[in-house]
Design a protein around this ligand. Structure first.
Ligand code: FE
Ligand code: FE
Ligand code: ZN
Length: 277
């Protein structure tokens, strides 16, 4: 069965998020662990979590893909921003343990002029200071489009980060279809080649989730502007090949397309229809 969901609103807690996912026909979801622009996180309501666990079991939910706030930059040239990223990340990881065994995805960061090698070292430094042996959460590095000074638009950069992290068994990768396309990986005419390259450089065992988005721009544009499924340069057929690819088909797919709830329900129905069971 296709594991699919979209990025739901987290303001109402876990039960509300599960209901949004179910209403759209999903069996997983993504959510911000706090306001995407940063700030204090709401305290975890253990009753809400317990009720959510029931709903999740009853409906066969799959691994959730939480998203860290966009504002965290573990490789900023500003030491205060690096410190803020580390503290927030550590706090989020502690909160994720209230819903154990899920994924926490983050944008590796922007090196803001320090150069990609310094960026890689600083991202790894942060991970080395926040990851804990006993955690059940797997932290996912997201593949990026290469906009501005983003680190992580080449598979080699993600590999270099993973190599520098001691507890790398707690790390995985989330492949964003819009981002890799914008980053120059042609998943339309050579999906097999891109997957083989990912396997060679990072290893398919590290690939844990997919952000399924179309792109408003051509391959290699480094823009990162998401389009609705089938309304961008990647197109519906190529995205159907992504969800059905033997190396990807068991992963959770998360829509981050510009849609309202009805739009997500439509895309989920379309993709379920296209999934070969
Ligand atoms: Fe993201
Ligand atoms: Fe994404
Ligand atoms: Zn994006």
């Amino acid at each position: 069965m296709l594991k699919i969901g979209y990025h739901v609103s987290s303001s109402g807690g876990f039960v509300s998020m599960a209901k949004q996912a179910l209403d759209a026909g999903g069996n997983t979801f993504a959510f911000f662990t706090r306001n995407p622009r940063g700030g204090a996180a709401k305290s975890i309501d253990e009753k809400d979590v317990a009720e959510f666990e029931k709903i999740s079991r009853a409906n066969g939910f799959h691994t959730l893909v939480a998203h860290s706030p966009y504002t965290l930059n573990p490789c900023s040239s500003d030491a205060h921003l690096r410190e803020y990223a580390r503290d927030t990340f550590a706090d989020d990881l502690a909160r994720m343990e209230y819903v154990p065994h899920n994924y926490y995805n983050f944008h590796p960061g922007c090196h803001t002029g320090q150069g990609v090698d310094v960026g890689i070292d600083e991202i790894a430094d942060m991970l080395n200071s926040v990851l804990k042996e006993e955690q059940t959460t797997t932290v996912l590095l997201e593949t990026m489009s290469g906009k501005g000074s983003e680190v992580g638009s080449h598979f080699e950069e993600l590999r270099a980060i993973i190599d520098r992290v001691e507890l790398s068994s707690h790390l995985g990768v989330c492949l964003d279809t819009c981002h890799v396309w914008d980053g120059g990986y042609d998943i339309v005419s050579d999906l097999d080649g891109v997957i083989a390259l990912f396997d060679k450089i990072i290893g398919l065992d590290k690939l844990k989730a997919v952000h399924l988005n179309d792109s408003l721009n051509p391959c290699g544009a480094h823009k990162d502007r998401h389009a609705r499924i089938g309304e961008g340069h990647i197109g519906f057929d190529a995205l159907c090949r992504v969800i059905n690819h033997h190396a990807l088909r068991e992963l959770p797919f998360i829509l981050e397309t510009p849609n309202d709830e009805a739009g997500y329900a439509r895309e989920i129905a379309m993709l379920k229809e296209a999934y070969k069971n």
